[in-house]
Write a new protein. Structure first.
Length: 276
């Protein structure tokens, strides 16, 4: 009897240990490409300083904006904030300044264009704060952010040609709890660019992909070769086009996740099988 009890105890211990190895992250939708990624210990906000609508793109609803202003609810306890690029549907300097001055524990990382626009709104804070970090990653020379048990690789991805050619656009590859999450900002649908960034060498668990990649055109090939994560999340959907986008995604890409509203969230586990 004693040997049976010992065997049962070992089995229960093994089951508990194997369960603990399964990482889980939670993704919270904000506005456009804005998200909060959390493993329950560290909270990372990407492109989250967007409160007001811009062009066809949305801002935070009136019911959510007070949480941002007061750094409460979903916006409490942000450890790291990053911005992919300077466009106002991704980063609004006035709100970035206000949030960072209120959220004393948040470290902010971005490129010179984003931080330069913020400096116009809150020069003394941006210039003097040790929590504002200016990055300058290059092709083949990414920059790395470390915090507790997570890492973020920051690397350039072209925003496009002509008027977009000089826009600094950065991708962020997050390693959190044994899972990898990719955010690409407004990266152009250029396979060469993704190859230079080495994305094809990474096994992705979650990829946040602008919705237009799923439309007819070059995006499908980029997804197949570089963004074929176990879980794909379509982002940056204009509110006025949400139903149309949902309709064609359900028809052509039924496995793709869409978080329709601000503060909608979904959890992903390393134990989850990929969608059918």
């Amino acid at each position: 009897m004693r040997s049976i009890n010992q065997a049962v105890a070992r089995l229960l211990l093994l089951l508990c240990f194997s369960t603990s190895l399964h990482a889980e992250i939670t993704l919270v939708q904000l506005a456009n490409e804005g998200v909060i990624v959390s493993d329950g210990e560290t909270r990372i906000m990407i492109d989250g300083f967007v409160v007001e609508p811009y062009s066809v793109y949305g801002g935070l609803p009136e019911t959510v904006a007070p949480q941002f202003d007061q750094v409460t609810g979903a916006f409490a306890g942000i450890d790291i904030a990053v911005a992919s690029h300077r466009h106002h549907d991704h980063n609004q300097p006035r709100f970035a300044c206000a949030f960072l001055q209120s959220s004393n524990g948040t470290q902010f990382y971005s490129g010179s264009q984003v931080i330069g626009l913020m400096r116009e709104k809150c020069r003394s804070f941006v210039t003097g704060s040790p929590r504002i970090h200016e990055l300058s990653p290059q092709y083949g020379q990414p920059e790395n952010i470390r915090h507790r048990n997570i890492g973020i690789r920051v690397f350039p991805l072209s925003h496009g040609t002509r008027k977009y050619a000089k826009i600094q656009n950065y991708g962020h590859l997050i390693e959190m709890g044994g899972m990898t999450i990719l955010h690409i900002g407004d990266a152009a649908m250029d396979p060469t660019d993704f190859s230079r960034a080495g994305i094809d060498q990474v096994s992705l668990d979650v990829a946040l992909i602008p919705f237009w990649y799923f439309q007819p055109g070059p995006g499908a090939a980029v997804i197949d070769q570089y963004l074929d994560a176990r879980h794909k999340v379509a982002v940056h959907i204009p509110p006025g086009e949400m139903q149309e986008v949902l309709q064609y995604l359900r028809a052509d890409y039924p496995e793709v996740v869409v978080l329709e509203n601000a503060l909608d969230e979904m959890s992903f586990s390393s134990a989850d099988p990929p969608p059918p």
